[in-house]
Design a binder for this molecule. Structure first.
Ligand code: NAP
Length: 248
């Protein structure tokens, strides 16, 4: 069976590392991105230079019509999806809860939760044996924040990842008889650009002293777990979480 993967937010950070590793493991890869066209096409170029097949498709994951269009274009360009990595996610400037507006809450939940649900919905239509598909696997990118709650930084973001954890458990059970496994990774503090959007680009270095392994993580270390969960080696694993936190 052809292996075809969609990585949302695949232009940078954990998503880019996942796209590169997926291509190495024989997937044809769709790299979804939002604004950073250059970064997305750099990932595509790297994959193609190494003999792989990849495309980049722009779509705002928080907008249902754009997600639907993304999947339709993917169908045409690559074929029927077998793997979805719900990776795209955002956080906003560090704030206590009393400083969080409803507009901000809607942005966080639209991107991190609604976007993942809609992508999963579109993936199910293509993968589920109930819909004539050949099965597949979904990996949701949650966060250690779902367990810690991220006090004084972004409880809204943490709560959105808590929702992703419940989503993972429920969807795994819902799809278990339809050839689709659903799992999640919960990264800890990983060196990516996301911390700059919270207003603290060097956040991982500030926090690394509290990590039992005494260092921040690399995107590739998350990608390894995601690719394992997608693979047949994880054939009896569904509704599971891999915490990749250096021991937090
Ligand atoms: P990142 O470096 O900030 O990259 C974010 C990616 O998401 C980019 O590819 C970006 O595309 C894309 N994106 C942003 N908004 C989007 C939208 N509306 N539609 C589609 N794509 C969008 O983030 P990261 O650190 O790799 O995080 C990836 C995932 O891991 C997120 O779900 C995050 O919550 C989770 N996570 C990260 C950490 C960490 O420490 N880094 C820890 C736990 C969990 P453009 O390049 O086009 O902007």
């Amino acid at each position: 069976m052809d292996k075809i993967a969609l990585i949302t937010g695949g232009s940078r950070g954990i998503g880019a590392a996942t796209a590169l590793l997926a291509a190495q493991r024989g997937y044809r890869v769709c790299i979804n991105y939002y604004k950073n066209t250059d970064a997305a096409f750099r990932v595509v170029d790297t994959i193609q230079q190494n003999g792989g097949k990849a495309i980049a498709l722009q779509a705002d994951i928080s907008k249902e019509n754009e997600v639907v269009g993304l999947f339709e274009q993917l169908d045409k360009d690559l074929g029927r999806l077998t793997a979805l990595v719900n990776n795209a996610g955002i956080l906003e400037t560090q704030s206590r809860v009393e400083g969080i507006t409803s507009d901000r809450l809607l942005r966080i939940f639209n991107h991190n939760v609604v976007g993942s649900f809609i992508c999963a919905r579109e993936a199910i239509k293509r993968m589920s044996i109930k819909h004539g598909g050949a099965g597949g696997a979904i990996v949701n990118v949650s966060s250690v924040a779902a367990r810690t709650g991220s006090p004084n930084e972004y409880v809204d973001y943490a709560a959105s990842k808590g929702a992703i954890d419940s989503f993972t458990v429920g969807l795994a059970k819902e799809l278990a008889g339809e050839g689709i496994r659903v799992n999640a990774v919960r990264p800890g503090f990983i060196y990516t650009d996301i911390h700059a959007s919270g207003g603290e680009p060097h956040r991982v270095d500030r926090l690394k002293a509290i990590i039992p392994l005494k260092r921040g993580g690399a995107s590739e270390e998350i990608a390894n777990a995601i690719l394992w969960l997608l693979s047949d080696e994880a054939s009896f694993t569904t509704g599971a979480f891999i915490d990749i936190t250096g021991g937090i």
